[in-house]
Design a protein around this ligand. Structure first.
Ligand SMILES: [Mn+2]
Length: 326
């Protein structure tokens, strides 16, 4: 699979050009890609005279509050006014749009899906889907060229956020020449990567570090040091003053250990619910691993919600990763 055809970009651009009112939808547990892509495209659509609205079932994490227009995100479909076009970004699975997905899909008669995840159900009449794209931000940048819309600094920062976060700041295997060409173009339009990095990575609350300390204390190395496990229990929030949002990057510390093939992070979300995050170094396809329990993601970064206790979730991960490492 390679880059989508010019005809597909043209079809997507035509849908946007013909719409006057557009709703941009981001997925649940929003990340820098779904938010940055939506904010950039919505901002430039607004400049082009469109009426724009942003939707995400979950609230926007603090570190992304600098993204242009992000304060306008709505989390209830009833807060949206009917539109001509719904654009779903970084997601092609209805359940990842939240509990009001049925109503959301009715907000506009036409739909465009822009995504880079494998194995979803394309949601649009036009589906600009490319699993080889490092981030949806790359696809949006290419679409903007087709639309002939000039990228200003706020849009450049939002697209850079999308690409930086989905490539682990250009460390993950999906980092390619194509996404770096987009970044080069954004820099030429005035972007300063260090400014975005400061907002994303150097604006943390101290509580986040206190929670990280507790999480790192739970470190377990299994399967000859190829699996690293880190855990956050509900009690740790009260002990540190941190919140669920402060757990987002903990899994990277698990993968970051020498010799580790799979890093796992388990977050207790109630007595019978555990949020699993898995990261691999390119050897194990962690998205395949979580498929049987309804999870998804990419080859090197995937997640799932496990129903059961923390101990059961831990055992499941140890066994599943053990089989995958054979
Ligand atoms: Mn993405």
């Amino acid at each position: 699979m390679s880059k989508p055809t010019t005809a597909l970009y043209k079809d997507a651009a035509r849908l946007i050009q013909n719409a006057e009112r557009i709703v941009f939808a981001s997925h649940i547990n929003p990340d820098g890609d779904t938010l940055g892509s939506a904010c950039a495209l919505a901002h430039l659509a607004k400049q082009a005279g469109k009426a724009v609205q942003l939707f995400c079932w979950d609230s926007v994490p603090e570190e992304y509050s600098f993204l242009v227009g992000s304060a306008g995100y709505r989390s209830k479909v009833s807060e949206l006014t009917p539109a001509d076009l719904l654009i779903v970004l970084d997601c092609s699975e209805p359940w990842r749009l939240g509990e009001e997905v049925e109503q959301l899909l009715q907000v506009a008669p036409r739909r465009l899906n822009i995504d880079h995840h494998a194995g979803g159900t394309p949601l649009g009449e036009v589906n600009l889907i490319d699993i080889t794209a490092a981030a949806v931000g790359v696809l949006v940048h290419e679409l903007l060229a087709e639309l002939d819309w000039q990228i200003d600094l706020p849009a450049a920062e939002a697209l850079y956020t999308a690409i930086d976060t989905d490539t682990g700041s250009f460390r993950y295997p999906n980092t390619d020449a194509r996404c770096l060409r987009v970044v080069a173009d954004l820099i030429e339009s005035g972007l300063r990567p260090n400014k975005v990095a400061e907002r994303l990575y150097e604006s943390n609350r101290p509580q986040k570090y206190r929670l990280l300390g507790k999480a790192l204390d739970t470190l377990e190395l299994l399967h000859d040091g190829q699996l690293a496990l880190l855990i956050v229990t509900e009690a740790m929030y009260a002990e540190t003053g941190a919140s669920v949002e402060d757990t987002a990057e903990i899994v990277d510390y698990a993968r970051g250990i020498s010799g580790v093939e799979v890093g796992a992070f388990l977050r207790q979300d109630g007595a019978e619910k555990v949020k699993l995050s898995l990261r691999s170094k390119d050897g194990v396809a962690v998205n395949d691993l979580v498929k049987p329990i309804g999870g998804g993601g990419h080859r090197c970064a995937a997640g799932a919600t496990f129903t059961g206790t923390l101990a059961e979730a831990r055992d499941w991960v140890v066994e599943a990763v053990g089989k995958a490492l054979l």
